[in-house]
Ligand binder design. Structure first.
Ligand SMILES: Cc1cc2nc3c(=O)[nH]c(=O)nc-3n(C[C@H](O)[C@H](O)[C@H](O)COP(=O)(O)OP(=O)(O)OC[C@H]3O[C@@H](n4cnc5c(N)ncnc54)[C@H](O)[C@@H]3O)c2cc1C
Ligand SMILES: *[C@@H]1O[C@H](CO)[C@@H](O)[C@H](O)[C@H]1NC(C)=O
Ligand SMILES: *[C@@H]1O[C@H](CO)[C@@H](O)[C@H](O)[C@H]1NC(C)=O
Ligand SMILES: *[C@@H]1O[C@H](CO)[C@@H](O)[C@H](O)[C@H]1NC(C)=O
Ligand SMILES: *[C@@H]1O[C@H](CO)[C@@H](O)[C@H](O)[C@H]1NC(C)=O
Length: 528
């Protein structure tokens, strides 16, 4: 049997052959290829490579698997590469192609479906944990941030450089900028400043041939696509250049808890009419959860950031949302970086270095789904949802993120992220559990609440947020899934932008090298 056939044959057998700790042929070949690509330096390759036979492999793999659902899965990478230099990623792309392997990139490891570290087919994982430098430039109010950095690291470095600059990415510090900006990135400054992706002004990406591009050489189409349209379908993002935003020296936060007896349901019902029309400096999120214990009580939290002081906030709330009864004593003034801590659930006097912790959020197994709401949901509709939250034995949460503000002024096609004007708010449904305890039941609960909500949420398509990835919406079943098959899930995330994404994909990655279960398809692949 010729060597190349043998390699293919072994790849097909991988789930079996990899269970032994001896290096497999494909491991060996990949290593050899890397060494050749990197000019014969085998020592530097040893430092960045973790094969299944390496004792560090499980630790390196699990360190940033945020969702623990798949820790016992056999769909693990053949090997992990943790590069320090872009040339090592270029080499990994070329060698993966040569050996017929897939390549997955991991920045923060928060993918809801584990797509950065999990695949049914043989693959190499490139972990960007060593590529996370951040350079803030206050002269032009920008920063270059390498893809492996977390949003917490980014916020921290900005705050070290300036007390009056910030960045509008997500609320959880340990999420990677590589994944988050690729899918949009929404946080508490959404209504004032839009998405993280709206503030990208340049980027470095490596294409399927291993070539590095900046904005100019990738062209405006690809630059459009990677800002919210799944950059992982187009290449490996090395770094983003972002535009910082100005924040006031004093910011206010409040956390108002309400019980059902205190009229939480009426307040949420009312909130639907108000939250998207409030002053854009003010974001009031609503978090509704079951307590996850035997008491079976509903916890409702109005969680807010206001870009200004209490003296301006109170009259504003008194005018717009008096029903909530917010008083000055409920509010805390702080600076912007403390508000990042506050929203992330820390004490505002805790050391800011907590934002640098890459494993801050406690790890659980979880499943999430998302929706957009365009018309207020009637009271009985909301009550039905609370009932379902309480019926599930595991911890369940619904997070309501108000839209409006600047989101109404950005056109649907400005970036691939289409959920702009006309959305009152975004809902995220989450169910959390430990280990593999009753997984089937929890997954079923997620499907049931999603079905229950059908009459109340967006339709044609029923829109979803790509960063809250959900493979129940549909997936690519083979290498060349057709555009029309993929449209089933693609239009939910991207609406009318999906076709343009596929056009750009077809030009930039015509071999469909960068692919996964929900990667952008080629436009004219197979007719099925
Ligand atoms: C606890 C938690 C809180 C969250 N909070 C928010 C929030 O407040 N706002 C919000 O908008 N989202 C939030 N998310 C969703 C989050 O934005 C997405 O899951 C995001 O894709 C994670 O990025 P990552 O780099 O951490 O994940 P990864 O798992 O590393 O990557 C996610 C996807 O992007 C790809 N990818 C990663 N890096 C690169 C790269 N350099 N080049 C090309 N492709 C790459 C991966 O292959 C994978 O497909 C949250 C998620 C979790 C788990
Ligand atoms: C709220 O508004 C009412 C009437 O508009 C006013 O009487 C009251 O003093 C205001 N309260 C605060 C705290 O501003
Ligand atoms: C990061 O957070 C985790 C979970 O809270 C904790 O166990 C760990 O000690 C923290 N690491 C550092 C360096 O603070
Ligand atoms: C993985 O296996 C361990 C040991 O059998 C078990 O305790 C744990 O619950 C499993 N986790 C998952 C997510 O399957
Ligand atoms: C998928 O389509 C591309 C472009 O037509 C082609 O190069 C590639 O070989 C196809 N792959 C498979 C597995 O059919």
């Amino acid at each position: 049997m010729p060597m190349s056939y043998l390699a293919v044959f072994l790849i097909l057998l991988l789930p079996i052959s990899c269970s032994s700790s001896a290096p497999t042929l494909v491991e060996k070949k990949f290593k050899e290829c890397l060494i050749t690509q990197l000019g014969g330096n085998s020592q530097s390759v040893e430092k960045i490579i973790f094969t299944k036979s390496s004792s560090q492999y499980p630790q390196v793999l699990e360190a940033r698997e945020q969702n623990t659902r798949w820790v016992n899965s056999s769909w693990k990478p053949i090997l992990i590469l943790a590069p320090f230099h872009e040339s090592e990623i270029q080499a990994a792309i070329r060698c993966s192609k040569e050996l017929g392997l897939q390549l997955r990139v991991r920045s923060g490891g928060h993918d809801y479906e584990g797509q950065s570290y999990l695949s049914e087919v043989p693959f190499v994982m490139v972990d960007l944990i060593n590529m996370r430098s951040i350079q803030v430039n206050l002269c032009d109010e920008t920063a270059w941030v390498q893809a492996g950095a977390s949003v917490g690291e980014l916020y921290y470095q900005i705050s070290k450089a300036s007390k009056v600059h910030g960045f509008p990415a997500g609320t959880c510090p340990s999420v990677g900028v590589g994944g988050q900006i690729s899918g949009g990135g929404q946080g508490v400054m959404l209504r004032k400043h839009g998405l993280a992706a709206d503030h990208v002004v340049d980027a470095y990406i490596i294409d399927a041939n291993g070539k590095i591009h900046d904005r100019k050489s990738m062209g405006e189409d690809v630059f459009w696509a990677i800002r919210g349209g799944s950059s992982t379908s187009f290449g490996v993002i090395l770094a983003w250049k972002i535009r910082l935003v100005r924040v006031p020296p004093i910011v206010t936060g409040f956390n108002l808890r309400k019980t059902v007896e205190e009229g939480a349901n009426n307040l949420i019902h009312r909130w639907q009419y108000i939250a998207h029309e409030l002053h854009e400096d003010l974001v009031i999120r609503v978090i509704v959860q079951n307590s996850g214990d035997k008491s079976k009580t509903l916890r409702v939290l109005f969680n807010s950031q206001f870009l200004g002081g209490v003296d301006r906030l109170i009259p504003l709330m008194n005018k717009s949302f008096p029903e909530l009864g917010l008083q000055a004593k409920d509010c805390t003034e702080m600076n912007w970086i403390q508000s990042v801590m506050f929203i992330a659930g820390y004490n505002i006097d805790d050391p800011l270095e907590l934002l640098l912790n890459r494993t801050t959020t406690s790890k659980n197994s979880f499943k999430a789904k998302s929706d957009y709401v365009k018309e207020p949901i009637p009271k009985d509709g909301l009550e039905g949802a609370w009932k379902m939250l309480l019926e599930e034995e595991a911890a369940t949460v619904m997070i309501f993120e108000p839209y409006g503000g600047i989101m109404n002024e950005i056109s649907e096609s400005e970036t691939p992220f289409p959920h702009r004007k006309g959305n009152l708010y975004n809902i995220q449904y989450l169910v959390n559990w430990k280990g593999n305890n009753n997984e089937e039941k929890h997954l079923l609960w997620a499907k049931m609440i999603y079905r229950y909500m059908t009459p109340y949420v967006s339709k044609f398509p029923r829109a979803a947020y790509f960063n809250y990835k959900d493979l129940d919406l549909g997936k690519n079943l083979h290498d060349n899934t057709s555009y029309s098959t993929a449209s089933v899930w693609g239009e939910k995330y991207f609406k009318g932008n999906f076709r343009r994404l596929a056009q750009i994909k077809t030009k930039f990655d015509p071999q469909n090298f960068f692919r996964n279960e929900q990667s952008i398809p080629l436009l004219d692949a197979h007719p099925y």
